[in-house]
Ligand binder design. Sequence first.
Ligand code: MLT
Length: 410
Amino acid sequence: MAKINGNYLKLKAGYLFPEIGRRVREFAAANPAAKVIRLGIGDVTRPLAPAVLKAFHAAVDDLGTIDQFAGYGPEQGYDWLINTIIEKSYKPLGVSLSTSEMFISDGSKCDCANILDIFALDNIVAIGDPVYPVYNDTNVMIGRTGDSDDKGYYKGIVYLPCNEANGFIPALPTEKVDIIYLCFPNNPTGVVASRAELKKWVDYANANAAVIFYDAAYEAFITDPSIPHSIYEIEGAKKCAIEFRSFSKTAGFTGVRCGLVVVPEEVMGTTESGEKYSFNKLWLRRTTTKFNGASYPVQRAAAAVYSDEGWKQTKEVIDYYMENARIIREGLTEAGVTIFGGVNAPYIWLKTPGGMTSWDFFDKLLNECNVVGTPGSGFGPSGEGYFRLSAFGHRENVIEAVERIKKNLK
Ligand code: MLT
């Protein structure tokens, strides 16, 4: 009989969001009259921007013509999309990238997981706690860890606690690590890192020959002009950082699927025999072997996000979600809840009232307010006692959810 990959059995629970979905479905089946408002998973609710939709339709039509038909594209993405992103999204930040340094994909979740393919298993990995569960679970799946302890920490991963005392920004590791995951604006806490903060990490990485995996999926939600949108705004980052971006939240592509990875030519690792080798070359090799590219119409739609009209419309949607974030933040603060995030990020991280556990608060909100959020402990042990609300809902639902919670907590 074929043997399974036993690393999967080390995973303690099902993936967080399907588990929440399961509980909500059970509740809804038992309470069919309840109007459940979902502010759990960060899934967008606004339609695609009209200019993006138009380009998407036109590209589908291209596929019906002899002249414009597109078969296999370049595995790493079309140059016209890559160059548009470099020009429109990186150049204004003072970041110059070459076409060969960017890779278009079908989403950032897969990229964050797949990047592990090109790193040796004996690298020491550091992740925040709480954290986007994909970073933790994919390291377990690939076999980098031992079992987890009673708290849920896996042997072999260095966890960097993020708590109220450090403003949810992890301290530099006290031991030498080889790979560091950073996510700013942060999922789940919604906090951002200043330029000075990121410089500390870049300096650490360069001093320790480490690589930073910088997840910038939420950069478009930054409202404070002093906060960097890309790690490459920080001097020295092109030597040590791989950056992930996504169209999911930025442009409503959670169902459409498109993301990107930047692997600068200068980011180097070493071979078994100690010679330097470029991660960019390895990622290209991996991509061309295991992937056939994001679909042509999706890439055309993604390029349209950066047209003048497309960006104006996309920005309006981002502003809509950030107004939702303000409504949640201010409403719950009025109700006496301690709130973090939600200013430069579409997530509001709150302290559970009365010291309830995260899952108890989840059950209370679901049963008494019919509102779904995400328990902080689902993002790691240091998330216990916290709870995440997403600002991606419909406005009227967000207003109603806040009113229900306020009434309940009075
Ligand atoms: C979240 O709610 O944390 C995200 O939607 C999950 C994801 O982007 O995969």
